[in-house]
Each structure stands twice: as C-alpha cells, then as structure tokens.
Write a protein that binds this ligand. Structure first.
Ligand code: GLA
Length: 518
C-alpha cells in the first residue's frame, strides 16, 4: 500500500530534477543571471566587427560611435553596450599581465570605459578563450584567465565577449566555466557573451556560466551584409528557441541592418526576425552615417518592445505555407503576443493566419497592431490575411485589448560618478544619477541593494517615468586615498512582476590629491 505513493513521489522528484528546462539545461543548473541580475532582457548595444573588422578600431572610432549612439537616438532606444571587438586593445607584458595599447587607445582602456560610462552607455571589451585571438593580433586568456579578467574588471568592463579561436584541444564547457569563475572572482558585474559559434552546443550548459552565447558562424565578412548567411543563422537559431529566457540568450550574431548589401525591405525584416527571436540587439553598422530609414528601423520602440519583453520568450516557426513562415509562440508581458509572417520566397505571399495557428480560439475577437505602420485594426474573429512582398515581413502584435503597452527600456544619464575631496576631514559631497523608462508604464521605485560602504548613501526619488538616485558621500574618518563602490539597484516590471535587469553604476571618491589611479 505504501509503495505506490513513494514510487509516485520518486517519479515526480526524478522528473523535477531531470526534466529539461531552457532547452536541455538541467533545472538544478543555477542561472548566472540569478546572482547578478544582468541581461534579464536581451543585451542591446553596438559592436565594430560587422562593419569594420579590425581596422580602424581605435579610441577615436569608439568614441565617435558612442557619441553617434547618443545623437542618433540609439541610446534612448536602448542600445548601451559599446566598445572594441578584436581591436588590438592590449598585449601581454613580460610579467604576464595585460598592457593596454596606448597608441591605439591613448586614454587607456580604463579611460575609454570612463568616457563611455559617463555618457550613460556601458563598456564592452573582447578577448578569446584560446592562446591568441582570431587574427593572432592579441593574446588569448588560456592559462591567464583569472589575471586577465581581473584586468578587465580594473578597466571597468561591463560586458565581455570571449571568442573561440586558437583553442585547439580545449573543451568549450570547461574553458568558459573557468572564465565565468574568473569573472565572479574579479567581483565586478559583467555580462558574459560566449562566442564559440555553437561549438560545444553552449545552449545546453552556458546559462549557468554566462548570459548569452553565439549559436552560429559569423553573419558576414566585415564590411558587407550577406543575406544568405543571415537566413542560415536564422534557421539554425530558430530551432533552439527553448534554450532562451531572462538572463540566458541564444545569439545568432550582430545586426546587419544598415550595412551595404541589404535592401530596405531586408533591413526591416532582418530586424523583425531578431526582435522575434529575442536575440541580443548588437548593432553592427556605422551608426555615424545612418540613413533616416535605418534609424527608423533600428529605433522602432514597438519592435524593440517585443525583443525586450520581460517574459523573454524566443518566438519560433509554427507553420509554413510555401516559402512563407508563420512565427508565433512569443507571449508578451500584457497577455498579448507577437506574430511574424516572413516571406523567404521571390514572389508575394498571401497568408491567412488563424487565431488557432497562434494558440488561440478562432472565435475570439482580437486587435491586430502592425509594428511597422503603427496602426491597429480589429477587433476581428478567425484570423488575419496579410500580403507580404518577397524578403519582407509582417510584424504584428495580437491582443484582446487595443492598449498595446510598450515594454520598458531603461535610459540613464550616466553610469559613473566621481567625487573629489581636497583633503581628509569632514566633507559631504552629492551627485545624482537619473534613470528613466521609455516604456509605457511607470516603474516602482528602484531598490538599492544593501552593502554600500560606510562613506556612501543613496536615496531614490520618483517623478513619473524618471527616477533620481541621489548619492551622498561623506569623508568623515576617511584617510587620503582612492575609494570605489559599485551600486546595485533592483526593480520589477509592474505588469508581469518579472525582475528588471539590475541597474549598476560606479562611484569613485578621491580624498586628497595626487593618489595613483587604477
Ligand atoms: C570571430 C567572431 C567575430 C569577431 C571576430 C574577431 O570570428 O565570431 O564576431 O569577434 O572573431 O576576429
């Protein structure tokens, strides 16, 4: 008599521990993001490789790009991570330590990061898990993992992409786990972007190590977009949809929208696909020279809202009709869902999407929002018919309500504050960081995490969609020297209750002049 319930319990326990979540990762796996709260929605930013390759990556280019991200509206749309890729940034000195390349980066790698962070952007750096980077122009981290990542932390990297060149004989899971441990040991919150191009099937294990992993080969050779490769990466990445979620993302590579080689239609449908796949949105075009159409596509907040949805679901193909693909499965924070009809063929496609195609009931009366024309139709029953030109996409949002709120994106005026007190004594200094959501709903108050050093206190006040984090620094009892703190604040998206990506910023305090800088 007692055996049956015990057996049942055993089966349930076995199921709970063995059933795959996140596309094959065991539920016993603790997500890296659970600790640091980073990348709860797909990271957004800009990386040089697609457009420039190695040349001319240098401080001037990265600063000009950072400025252009701000002036073009890209930063306000959510693109924040920026920095060099394989940009000949450092070499290894005789003592084994990394040394910045001051010819290319005269402010040093810390200085470049400060420039970026002070403008409300976040600093991305690049290295490799093997012995050298791909072109062999820079040292890899192999056998220097802890020292190298400690150097990245001193340079205040917020995001690190780690490539997989010259890694012969290395096991991806082991090598990247060591690099993840090195990041934790370095004590700085860092978004970890694994770049093994799918080698070692990172979607099966990398959620415990980092926040995103490349699933595919490079999307193009530097300088020219390649539609065929983009379609190949899309097909490979689509199949892995179960592996993605808040804090752990499939990465089919950087965005090619706005590069030479694509039509306006392709620019738009590519971006729609990346939004639908909850792919990281790392722009790869020259943002200093964008056409109005490219800016409009890359900053479309309704499309970005789908990508940045707090539930973090990756959409997938639910039905094909000839060359037309019907993508769905992407439930959104307000109960609506995203639907994409992509025509991969060469003649226009006329497709009827039924509500049962997308998991609903055909008798439901639903509103349809076109995310490119920004128009709403309906409510209508049964489904919707769309005519999609070749290579184009109808990107839709379907809902019982016609409200269509836009998911939050956080924009800050700065992620770094510096205070200088001329001499030890008793002095109070203040400085503020302003953050706002560009989503439809106000957010609750950001909650500053406990554990700040005794010299720093932070108070948060709210003015609608903007919040001020007021920092007060007290030098009472401090001796001459340099002090540093990283402030973390947490929040939830109010409609879904999902955790927001943790907000981090640096506070520097110098007491007395002349102390050496990191
Ligand atoms: C690999 C990566 C690219 C880029 C280059 C740099 O090919 O996949 O994204 O970082 O290395 O050499």
């Amino acid at each position: 008599m007692r055996k049956t319930p015990l057996l049942l319990l055993g089966i349930i326990v076995a199921f709970l521990f063995l059933a795959p979540v996140a596309g094959g990762q065991s539920p016993a796996t603790k997500l890296r993001a659970t600790e640091d709260g980073l990348a709860m929605t797909p990271p957004m930013g800009w990386y040089p490789w697609n457009e420039f390759g190695q040349e001319p990556q240098n401080e001037k280019l990265i600063k000009e790009i950072a400025d252009a991200l701000i002036s073009s509206g890209m930063k306000d749309a959510g693109y924040v991570y920026v920095g060099p890729d394989e940009g000949i940034c450092f070499s290894r000195g005789d003592n084994g330590k990394l040394t910045p390349n001051l010819e290319r980066y005269p402010s040093g790698l810390r200085g470049l990061g400060d420039y970026i962070r002070q403008r409300g952007l976040k600093y991305a750096l690049y290295t490799d898990a093997g012995t050298r980077t791909c072109s062999k122009a820079m040292p890899g981290t192999k056998d220097h993992e802890f020292d190298d990542i400690a150097a990245f932390a001193l340079w205040r990297a917020d995001y690190v992409k780690i490539d997989w060149c010259n890694a012969k004989g290395q096991d991806p899971a082991q090598s990247y786990a060591k690099l993840g441990a090195a990041q934790l040991a370095a004590g700085r919150p860092i978004v970890f972007s694994l770049c093994s191009w799918g080698v070692g099937e990172p979607w099966k294990w990398a959620a415990s190590v980092g926040h995103l992993w490349r699933t595919t080969a490079d999307i193009c050779a530097p300088g020219k977009a390649d539609w065929g490769k983009a379609m190949k990466n899309t097909a490979e990445n689509e199949k892995l949809y179960q592996a993605a979620g808040p804090g752990h993302w499939n990465d089919p590579d950087m965005i090619i929208t706005g590069m030479a080689g694509l039509s306006e239609t392709q620019n738009r449908s590519f971006f729609s696909l990346w939004c639908m796949m909850a792919a990281p949105l790392m722009a790869g075009n020259d943002v200093r020279k964008m056409t109005p159409s490219t800016i409009e596509i890359l900053t479309n907040r309704e499309a970005i809202g789908i990508n940045q949805d707090p539930l973090g679901i990756q959409g997938h193909i639910v039905r094909r009709e000839g060359p037309a693909e019907i993508w769905a499965g992407k439930r959104l924070f307000d109960g609506s869902q995203a639907v994409l009809v992509f025509n991969s063929g060469t003649v226009p496609a006329n497709v009827h999407v039924t509500w049962s195609d997308i998991g609903g009931s055909d008798s439901a009366a639903l509103y349809v929002r076109n995310l490119w024309t920004h128009q709403t139709t309906g409510p209508q029953r049964g489904g919707i018919t769309v005519t999609v030109p070749p290579s184009d996409a109808a990107f839709l949002r379907i809902s019982k309500s016609n409200a269509f709120p836009v998911a939050p994106v956080i924009v800050a005026d700065s992620y770094g504050l510096s205070f200088h007190a001329p001499a030890p004594g008793s002095k109070k200094l203040t400085g503020a960081i302003t953050v706002r959501t560009t989503g439809s709903n106000e957010l609750p108050l950001w909650k500053v995490q406990a554990g700040l050093p005794s010299w720093l206190s932070v108070a948060v006040t709210k003015h609608g969609k903007s919040q001020t984090l007021s920092n007060t620094v007290s030098t009472v009892g401090l001796t001459k020297g340099i002090y540093h703190a990283v402030v973390r604040a947490n929040n939830v998206e109010p409609v879904s209750g999902m955790p927001m990506t943790a907000l981090y910023y640096d506070v520097d305090l110098e007491v007395g002049g002349g102390a050496a800088r990191n």
